[in-house]
Write a protein that binds this ligand. Structure first.
Ligand SMILES: Cc1cc2nc3c(=O)[nH]c(=O)nc-3n(C[C@H](O)[C@H](O)[C@H](O)COP(=O)(O)OP(=O)(O)OC[C@H]3O[C@@H](n4cnc5c(N)ncnc54)[C@H](O)[C@@H]3O)c2cc1C
Length: 633
């Protein structure tokens, strides 16, 4: 567990200094934080090393923490009210008697559950297929749209900074290729070439990632200056460039790490099917007979990208995700993939995101009152948790009744079709009349959490002085994460923060929370329980300690340099794909196939239906579900 500090360590970590984290509640969080520090043996410090069964008792502020500024400030990751409502649903607290009292709130052609890329895409392509005159209601349980593709915003020393909450990079689609992504870019006039922050030639030359992944896997080192921290004063830069010569790895570890890194031939269908039958660890250690150092090197990357450790994730994912050959240079918008759902919002409700240009698409404020006005084709209702969807007969026609909670009250609407663009973890509690085969398929789905931390810095000379822009570290006692980086951001009209070591910037930490040794589903559930039971303050302390460990000798002063810390917790970040999940086992089809079918007047569309999730699969499955729903009305 992480022991919360007192006395000298508190001062050393800068915990007594006022940072933006505390400003948002005008001192209330200072009180909460101190109370939690004092009460570290009770509810406050839910151990990270042991499973916890309940959420921290201290309430919303101690869980969600500071959310930044702007439209996303109340929606950093899964927030306390969202987690609470979802757990009430999971725990059966909305019984039939309570739901029967729900207030009638109208009738729609389509109700969409979920306001991520898939849900917004379903609404957009439904309207495209059916034309105007239809009525759509989209329910989203967070205070802001976008789902995993939301952004954090900071204001530091007058500079507006953005960072991704989760979904991060994309590959620019080939113009004219006719692919869904190409047509999406064309529909919304999204540019395919970008300008980037300039780097002063008087400063030492440094290479930056233009996203938060390119620095992670060693394969993109040609594009990024990565510092590898081997403890104490031992920093090594760009270790792959000189064949690991200056690293503390043993000779056999070096040899096998280099072999592993060179093993990136594309895999065909037959090999993909074979790799789906074994774990990545078995592939690395038994099939390839690599030194276990290879597994250790790759473990946190697989943990982030697949949700679980190499002994639980299938080898197909390991090969595809980690050893992707010649991955074209990925790029990211300043707020990650947030502009994609914003474009769809503009598509379904232009008044909600006024403007027509790319700059307002990225940075313009959302017109919240315009989201949910009577008479609109698409109404978007935020802070609304769908609780129950069931088929009913209305005037001798098949229809659906949808019950949801908003502001502590229950409402019921009717619809001719429903798109479930929320994930299976919640759908199986909402879909009251789903067929047993669908229930059985969903029972095979399991999920893992991920944590993305954005630290807004007033300056970052302590990284610059190391001659790097990204850092990677290895298992440390009480450490957190394994990598962080400062990006070179895209610049557009009206937004061009200066990239300079003495100016503010966002340092982003991406991490999965795998627990090697446990079966895949148990790993996800155990990790999520710990993760949700850990207060904001505990994570903040661990991040500060990690930064002190990395940069303390290089001029980092937490009280001076840290302006704000935002946690983005994703309880169900990844659908776990253990061996056999994707292609099925013993001739039985993958559960993915059954879920894709939906049932009755319910279409299911969520990026998880692709297995490996990405923004394109959210768009694709959202489109399919929207078009399927269009055929029902
Ligand atoms: C940490 C992380 C990093 C990622 N990085 C990348 C990347 O770099 N590139 C990439 O292409 N993809 C990335 N992805 C994947 C990709 O972004 C997601 O797969 C995609 O954005 C998911 O979109 P979605 O609409 O399918 O689901 P979601 O974004 O999960 O949206 C579903 C929405 O439904 C809401 N909801 C759930 N239950 C209810 C309910 N009962 N009532 C109302 N609303 C509800 C949820 O809160 C959510 O807002 C990343 C994902 C994560 C988690």
């Amino acid at each position: 567990m992480s022991h919360l500090p007192s006395g000298p360590e508190r001062r050393r970590l800068g915990l007594d200094t006022s940072i933006t984290r505390r400003d948002f509640v005008n001192g209330v969080l200072i009180g909460a934080g101190v109370a939690m520090l004092d009460a570290s043996s009770s509810h406050a410090a839910a151990p990270l090393s042991e499973p916890a069964t309940s959420l921290p008792a201290a309430g919303e502020d101690s869980f969600t923490g500071y959310g930044g500024v702007g439209d996303y400030a109340r929606a950093n990751g899964n927030t306390w009210p969202v987690v609470q409502a979802a757990h009430r649903l999971r725990d059966g607290q909305y019984d039939s008697a309570a739901l029967a009292k729900a207030k009638a709130a109208g009738h729609f052609d389509l109700v969409v559950v979920g306001g991520g890329i898939a849900g917004l895409a379903a609404a957009y392509y439904f309207i495209k297929a059916t034309g105007v005159g239809r009525r759509v209601l989209l329910l989203e349980n967070h205070a802001m749209l976008g789902g995993e593709a939301r952004q954090n915003e900071f204001l530091v020393e007058g500079e507006r900074l953005l960072g991704p909450q989760g979904s991060n990079d994309f590959i620019v689609p080939e113009p004219g290729s006719g692919s869904l992504l190409d047509r999406f870019f064309a529909d919304f006039s999204l540019p395919r070439e970008y300008a980037w922050q300039s780097w002063d030639s008087k400063l030492r030359p440094l290479r930056f990632a233009r996203d938060n992944y390119s620095n992670m896997d060693g394969f993109q080192e040609a594009q990024v200056d990565v510092g590898y921290f081997f403890g104490a004063a031992a920093w090594r830069k760009n270790i792959w460039a000189n064949a690991l010569a200056e690293t503390p790895f043993s000779a056999s570890a070096r040899r096998d790490l280099l072999k592993w890194r060179a093993n990136h031939a594309p895999i065909g269908e037959a090999e993909s099917r074979h790799l789906d039958t074994l774990t990545y660890k078995d592939y690395l250690e038994k099939v390839c007979a690599y030194d276990p150092a290879v597994t250790r090197m790759v473990e946190p990357i697989v943990g982030l990208l697949s949700g679980v450790s190499t002994d639980a994730a299938c080898a197909r994912l390991g090969r595809q995700l980690v050893e992707a050959p010649d991955r074209p240079k990925a790029v990211s918008f300043p707020g990650g993939n947030a502009p994609f759902p914003r474009a769809l919002l503009r598509g379904v409700s232009p008044e909600s995101l006024p403007g027509e240009d790319f700059s307002t698409l990225m940075y313009g404020p959302v017109n919240f009152p315009a989201l949910d006005r009577d008479g609109q084709t698409v109404r978007v209702r935020l802070d609304a948790t769908a609780l129950r969807v069931e088929h009913v007969r209305v005037e001798r026609r098949d229809a659906l009744a949808i019950t949801y909670e908003k502001g502590g009250s229950l409402f019921k609407v009717g619809a001719r079709a429903v798109v479930m663009a929320s994930g299976g973890w919640i759908n199986k509690h909402i879909l009251a009349d789903m067929p047993p085969a669908l229930q059985a398929a969903y029972d095979q789905f399991s999920y893992a959490p991920a944590l993305i931390v954005n630290v807004a810095l007033r300056q970052w000379r302590f990284v610059y002085d190391l001659g790097v822009t990204a850092c990677r570290w290895f298992d440390e006692d009480d450490g957190i994460g394994y990598c962080c980086n400062i990006r070179q951001n895209m610049v557009t009209a009206g937004h061009a923060p200066v990239l300079h070591p003495d100016r503010p910037a966002v340092l982003s930490f991406y991490m999965g929370l795998p627990i090697p040794g446990l079966p895949a589903a148990v790993q996800g559930a155990t990790s999520r329980a710990r993760f949700l039971a850990t207060p904001y303050m505990d994570f903040e302390v661990r991040i500060r300690r990690q930064m002190m460990s990395l940069f303390g000798r290089h001029g980092f002063k937490p009280e001076r340099d840290i302006a704000a810390i935002v946690l983005n917790r994703w309880g169900h970040a990844r659908l776990i794909e253990p061996p056999g999940f994707h292609y099925g086992v013993d001739g039985r089809p993958s559960p993915l196939e059954r879920v894709r079918e939906g049932y009755g007047r319910v279409a299911i569309g969520h990026s998880e239906l692709n297995g490996a999730q990405h923004w394109g699969s959210a768009l694709e499955y959202g489109q399919r579900a929207g078009q399927k729903a269009a055929a029902m009305v």
